[in-house]
Structure formats: C-alpha cells, structure tokens
Design a protein around this ligand. Structure first.
Ligand SMILES: Cc1cc2nc3c(=O)[nH]c(=O)nc-3n(C[C@H](O)[C@H](O)[C@H](O)COP(=O)(O)O)c2cc1C
Length: 345
C-alpha cells in the first residue's frame, strides 16, 4: 500500500499524468475505469483562479467516480499561490498538486512551472505558502533540474519534503530537454534511495508498454509510475500494465466491444460535463483513436463526426459493433509524441 497522507492507494499505483487539453474529467473517468489509480486535473493558473476566470474554475471539476483525484496549480507568486490553494480547498478534491515541471517559455518566464528549478528558495517559499493555505495534502510534480549542468532534484526533494509535501512525482528530464532524448530515471532512483526521503516517489517519463513499466519498477524501485502520452487515445494502458505486473502475461488488445463501450462512456461523460453540443464536438477527435485499426472505419468515423444527436451517434457505434464484432485487433506499439516540438525555448 502507498499512502499520501489519508489517501490509501494500492501497492505500486498507476497515475494518469496531468495533461493540458487531454486529462479533462470525461477522459479521467475513462482512464479510471481502465485501471488508473490516481488522477490529476489539467494544470490551472493560480492567477486565473484568483481572478475567478471561468475557464480555470471549470478545470476544478471532479466526478465522484474519479476519486482519489487532485487539482494541479501553477504560479510564481506566493500570495497568489496561497490564495489559489485556499480556493482549491473549498472545492474539496483529495489533494493539491503543484506544477514545478512545465517547461513552456511563457510560464517559466513568470518564475512558475520548471522556472523555479533555478531558484530553490522561491520553490520552497511557494510550496510552504500552499501547504499553509490548505488542509489538503500537497504534492509536487517536477523535473530533474533546469539543464544538464544543474540537475538538483536530490536537493529539491529534501527541501520540498521538509516544507511538508506528501508525495513527489519526477519526470526524468530537465527543463531544457523539453521532451527530447530519453527520460533518465537513474536520478529518480537516487531520490527514492535517499534514506532521508520518506514520502512516496513516483517516476514519470516514456512509459509506453507494460514491459517497460515492469522493467522500470524493478530497476528504479519507485513507489509508482505516472503515465501521460501513452494513455492519450489508449486508456487501456493502465489495465495492461497492472495485468502484466500481476501475472507477467500480456493482455490482448481491447476488443471492439470494449472500444465501443469506451466511446460511449466518454461521450456520456462529455455530455454530462460539457453539456449538449459542446460535449458532442469535444468527442469528435476521440472516435478515430479509440477505433483505430478497424479496416474501413473511416466511413463510420465520417458519420460520427458529423452527427449532432447523441442517440444517432450511439446507433452508429452499435453498427460498428455489429460489423466488427469478433474482429481481432492487432496490437500496435504506442508512439509517444514530442509534445513541445514547436515550442520556442
Ligand atoms: C498534451 C500534454 C499536456 C501536458 N500538460 C501537463 C500539465 O498540465 N501539467 C503537468 O504537470 N504536466 C503536463 N504534461 C507533462 C506530463 O504530465 C508528463 O510529465 C510528460 O508527458 C512525460 O510523461 P510521459 O512520457 O508518460 O508522457 C503534459 C504532457 C502532454 C503530452
């Protein structure tokens, strides 16, 4: 068992990474139903929360069936981060996570996200301000350091633990690496093996298969892993990893019936959370990823993305099921995108 203060997680929990524009409540419910143990909102600007931005407020929503789930915030100003933490507290998620990992220039230049990796005093003050302002357990997600020559995660972990965080997730890259190269988990293992560290340490970066998850669990000894890009369009990754960890066997690819069921669940949750047309539109990008690999699926997809009535969409999904039921899907290796490929440093 792994504990984040009062939150009890199974042994070696699998975390769905916070992902802007991806890990909204409907997608999180789908991942939870397929084996994710801990979920996070997309990152939310502390400035936006304090300024009562409707977009930021909306990101605080959590469905009951996702719990335990945390809200992630970012910012570079202590006062605003404290105020934002107090706002988050009122909405009663299970924990509050601070983003000290985002490498995007506009955020780093405000001294937020991974920008604080160059200023650990600021990082410590921001964290202490959040811990003081909320009764929720506070966790942090960050990177190895600013650049190759300043990988300070070991010091970061000690200082953050000392100001009261209850778990730390480390993405095995520096800020300057963005998404380039391979994530290096050896420093994550060093943090985990530091006898002074007693909070859970979760590893993150490049997990794209059950085999890799098992290998990294064994090699680096972390308390759990966080999966991001591999879950985009493939929420089954969590149950596949769990099954492989438990049995050493690979699960077959999800059946057509399971794919259709995920489409329907995602659609229902999108309608519930976003409402009518917005829910329908937001689903349109998902059908092809969930149904990818079925020969001739484009014809159905073209209908799915033009219909506006949920019942009509569901009956096309039922047609998909009738046409392809029993079709054996090939398992394809998951491709991880270079998320910030076009981000100017
Ligand atoms: C589309 C996208 C959006 C992301 N948004 C966030 C975010 O809001 N907060 C955060 O801490 N990290 C964010 N990340 C980083 C991921 O949480 C994760 O650290 C990173 O993708 C590495 O893990 P992976 O190799 O499993 O994808 C984002 C990544 C992607 C691909």
């Amino acid at each position: 068992m792994v504990k984040i203060e009062h939150i009890t997680l199974p042994e070696f929990p699998l975390l769905l990474a916070p992902m802007e524009d991806v890990s909204d409540p409907p997608f999180r419910v789908v991942c939870k139903a397929n084996g994710a143990d801990l979920l996070y909102t997309e990152f939310i600007s502390s400035e936006g929360l304090v300024g009562d931005s409707a977009k930021c407020r909306r990101k605080l929503d959590i469905f009951d069936e996702e719990r335990p789930a945390g809200v992630q915030i970012f910012g570079g100003d202590e006062g605003r981060m404290a105020q934002a933490s107090a706002i988050v507290d009122l909405t009663k998620p299970d924990f509050l996570d601070i983003n000290f990992g985002c490498p995007v220039k506009g955020i780093v230049s405000q001294g937020a996200g991974s920008g604080v990796l160059k200023n650990l005093d600021l990082m410590t003050r921001l964290t202490a301000a959040c811990v003081k302002a909320t009764s929720l357990p506070v966790t942090v997600k960050t990177r190895l350091g600013w650049d190759e020559d300043s990988k300070n995660i070991e010091e970061v972990a000690e200082r953050l633990q000392d100001v009261g965080i209850k778990a730390l997730t480390i993405h095995g890259r520096t800020r300057c690496q963005m998404y380039k190269g391979e994530a290096d988990w050896s420093l994550i293992a060093k943090v985990k093996n530091n006898p002074r560290i007693h909070i859970p340490i979760f590893g993150n970066g490049d997990i794209d298969s059950p085999q890799k998850a098992k290998e990294y669990k064994e090699r680096f000894g972390v308390d759990g892993i966080m999966i991001g890009r591999a879950a985009i369009g493939y929420p089954w990754i969590f149950r596949e990893v769990r099954h492989f960890l438990n049995t050493g066997q690979e699960l077959p690819a999800p059946t057509v019936a399971e794919r259709v069921a995920v489409c329907k669940q995602h659609l229902d949750k999108s309608l519930q959370w976003r409402g009518g047309q917005a829910g329908i539109y937001s689903m349109r990008r998902h059908y092809l990823t969930y149904l990818k690999g079925l020969p001739g699926i484009k014809e159905f997809r073209n209908r799915l993305v033009t219909l506006s009535d949920p019942e009509a969409i569901k009956s096309v999904l039922d047609e998909v099921l009738r046409k392809y039921e029993g079709f054996e899907m090939e398992k394809e290796p998951i491709q991880l995108i270079d998320y910030h490929e076009n981000c100017p440093i």
